[in-house]
Design a protein around this ligand. Structure first.
Ligand code: PNS
Length: 184
């Protein structure tokens, strides 16, 4: 209904929606060292299903990552700039505690092959044990990315292989700047 002042009615309706309709927020957690086209594909698909889609980079320097957390966040932010409901965060500690802080109750994980399932099942059930209101949903990347992993991308790039179809151009540039190629 349009009131005598349409703008005020619209503003009040938006305010009302924010306060009384809970936004559906999903978390897509991972190491993302670095982001691959498979990750990006999951982010694009997931962002269409939720109001807010938060990519959460694990702060785990113990894994000796190639890119720092800040660098990984910057790469993800640049590669998702066309997806307005995607935001990039970092977290340490338990995933469920981070999810409580950002008021999210869905975890999205990509599953590439049956071999991923066992590990993912354990994590999903552990997260459910820790926080029974959290649901994990598994999403499939486009079939052309089902063999792509950050670990393999780094290995192949380091040995002089072509990974241009497997990572976004921004990530490829960062790999070139960071990783010396050792051929033969
Ligand atoms: O990309 P990855 O390395 O497979 O992601 C693993 C990740 C970050 C999802 C997982 O290690 C994680 O959630 N770590 C946070 C610590 C935690 O909550 N552990 C208990 C759940 S199993």
């Amino acid at each position: 209904m349009i009131g005598s002042d349409g703008a005020i009615v619209k503003t009040l309706t938006i305010e009302f929606s924010y306060h009384f309709i809970r936004m559906r927020t999903a978390i897509y957690p991972g190491s993302f060292d670095p982001l691959t086209n498979g990750h990006l594909d999951i982010i694009r698909r997931g962002s269409r299903l939720f109001d807010r889609f938060l990519v959460a980079v694990l702060e785990n320097e113990g894994k000796a990552p190639l890119f720092s957390v800040a660098e990984r966040m910057e790469l993800i932010t640049r590669c998702t700039s066309d997806m307005p409901n995607v935001a990039v965060h970092s977290f340490s500690g338990l995933l469920v505690d981070f999810m409580r802080r950002v008021d999210a109750n869905v975890v999205v994980r990509g599953i590439r092959a049956v071999s991923d399932y066992e590990y993912e099942l354990q994590m999903a059930l552990m997260n459910r044990e820790l926080h029974p209101q959290i649901e994990t949903i598994f999403m499939l990347p486009a079939v052309e990315y089902t063999y792509v992993s950050s670990r393999l991308v780094k290995e192949v790039f380091r040995l002089g292989g072509d990974v241009a179809r497997l990572v976004p151009p921004t990530v490829l540039e960062s790999l070139k700047a960071r990783l010396p190629v050792t051929v033969g």
